[in-house]
Structure formats: C-alpha cells, structure tokens
Design a protein around this ligand. Structure first.
Ligand code: 13P
Ligand code: ZN
Length: 304
C-alpha cells in the first residue's frame, strides 16, 4: 500500500471516529425541551402574560443556569452563532465576571404569549463571551437576545455581589404598578411606604423596599448602569412610566416579588380616589417585620 492510501485510511478512520463520537453524544444528550429550566421559562412567561404584565413583546427574563445541568442537554462545544452584545459601551460595562456563564434569555421582539408553544424560536441559551454571546440553542430563524440584555447582565453582576445565589432577573410592565407611577410621587421612601400599607405582608415580602429610576431611555447602557446601581440595595427597581425589574434566587421568588408589588399597587389604585378610613399603622408594620425577622428599611417607616 502506497503512502497516499495509508494517509487516506487514517483520515477515514478519524472521520468515522468523529462521526461516531458525535452520534454517541447526541444519543446521551437529553431533550432540551424537557429541561426543567426551559419548562420554568415557558410557564413563567405564560403566567406573566396572563397576569397582564407583558403585552406584545413587553418584558424580558434572564436566568443563570448551571453549566453541568445544561451539559446534560446540549453539546457545549457546539456554538450555533455569535450574537454581538448590542448597546454595550465596553468602557462603562465590563462583562468579565460573567464570561463563560450560561443564561437562558427571552428573545427581542418575541411575544410572551407565544413562548410556551414555541420555546426554540422565542428563547435562547447563550454563553457570555467578551463582546458577544455564543448561542448554544434557540432563537430559531435568526432571533437575538432581548434588547435589555445589558441591563440584565449588569443587574446579575450587582445581585451576585449582594447574594451569590441570585439567578433570575425579570422585567415586565405590570398594569397597576404603571398606573401608580402616574399618580403617586416617585420617591423611594414614599412609594415603598404606600405599597407596604396596602397589604399586611408586603413589608415581609420586600423588606428592602422598591428602588425607583426616573424615566430613561430603555435598551441603553445608561439605564443598565443606573438599574444595577439600584440593585446593589434593592431587589425591585421601578423604571418610571415603563415597568419594573425584579431579581431573585429563583423564578418563584422573583415572580412573587413583582406579583406582590403589583397586588399592592392594584389596591392603591382601587382606593386612592376614595376617602381613607382605615390603614395599617407604621408601628404595626414594624411589629410584623420583626415577627418575620426581616431586615427591613426602618428608615422607610415614620416611627415616633
Ligand atoms: P425586548 O423585546 O427587546 O425584550 O424589549 C421588551 C421591553 O420590554 C423593552 O423594555
Ligand atoms: Zn420594557
């Protein structure tokens, strides 16, 4: 056998080896649509839509995943394409702490009501790189990450510093919270105090209160930087006349935070124009926060 034949034989064997390895891998990988984190994203998006928080493509979610868990479903060496980190000014926003981390993220322009029926088109699983994200799954048909990804990533960094177990950042446009923005002073202490007064357990659910940003242009670096700054002390940040950001360890915690604010805002909007006869007193809120052992913003109460 000549040298060329020998060489061809080696190439053939190598190619067969690679094909076999790829086949073995695909056989051992589980179906991504059955992954608990994909199901959780679908269920949450549907709930958010049904709550009326996410009209059209309003809102976005990012969820930090565990690499080992993702590897049960996807070949992490198979990057489908790279998506630039749009809207990011590298001088103000250094993604280094998140490089290599994997997130599942809603797609820009995608309707929340459609996510559950077609997660592969409306969601993406991405790994953060220096100036881009590597797409590992999803955004079928050429989709991209939410336009709010810079704000989400900055919030993740801020919340991970405050709580290393933080995994979820969620943005939405809840109706009554937004309505309240138009008729209530946008002062963090006063706004939080009013919300706490609306349901007994509010102070225990968000003892850290609600941060507020004035109206700002969304999708930009600046709003991301400002939101992340607020997230150093709050898990909830209102974007005036736009919506709300929530952050938490789990999808339930984060959803529950926004849900509780929205419930309180709804009660406010149902009663603000009526004479107030009864109220929860500051001393009572203090009693409750202390019973639940909450690290609450005592400076947001008006105690004698
Ligand atoms: P995306 O469709 O880019 O996620 O934007 C929705 C939104 O709510 C912007 O603030
Ligand atoms: Zn929005």
């Amino acid at each position: 056998m000549g040298f060329m034949d020998e060489l061809k034989g080696v190439f053939r064997e190598t190619e067969e080896g690679i094909n076999k390895a790829a086949k073995d891998l695909s056989r051992v990988l589980k179906d991504i649509k059955s992954a608990p984190f994909v199901k959780e994203m679908c269920k949450t998006a549907s709930n958010m839509y049904r709550m009326g928080w996410d009209e059209r493509n309003g809102g976005n979610i990012s969820y930090l995943l565990d690499e080992k868990e993702v590897a049960e479903y996807l070949d992490l060496n198979n990057v489908l394409r790279k998506i630039p980190l749009a809207g990011v000014n590298a001088a103000e926003f250094d993604v280094t702490p998140l490089i290599g981390k994997i997130f599942i993220v809603t797609g820009t322009g995608k309707y929340f009501k459609n996510i559950e029926d077609d997660p592969e088109t409306n969601l993406g699983i991405v790994r953060i790189a220096k100036n881009s994200v590597e797409l590992l799954w999803g955004y079928k048909g050429g989709g991209r990450t939410t336009s709010e990804l810079p704000a989400h990533l900055m919030c993740h960094m801020a919340r991970l510093n405050a709580d290393p177990e933080n995994r979820v950042v969620m943005h939405s446009h809840p109706t009554h919270t937004l309505a309240m923005n138009y008729v209530h002073e946008l002062d963090e202490k006063k706004f939080t105090h009013t919300l706490w007064e609306m349901c007994t357990e509010c102070i225990a659910v968000f003892p850290d209160g609600v941060g507020i940003l004035p109206w700002m242009l969304c999708g930009t670096n600046s709003i991301g930087v400002a939101t992340a700054k607020k997230m150093e002390e709050f898990r909830l940040v209102i974007w005036a006349m736009h919506g709300i950001y929530g952050a938490g360890k789990t999808m339930d915690e984060t959803f529950g935070l926004i849900e509780t604010v929205e419930k309180a805002a709804q009660i406010y909007m149902l009663t603000a124009h009526l004479p107030r006869i009864n109220t929860i007193k500051d001393e009572q809120m203090k009693e409750l926060a202390e019973l639940f052992n909450c690290n609450y913003r005592i400076d947001f109460l008006n105690l004698k």
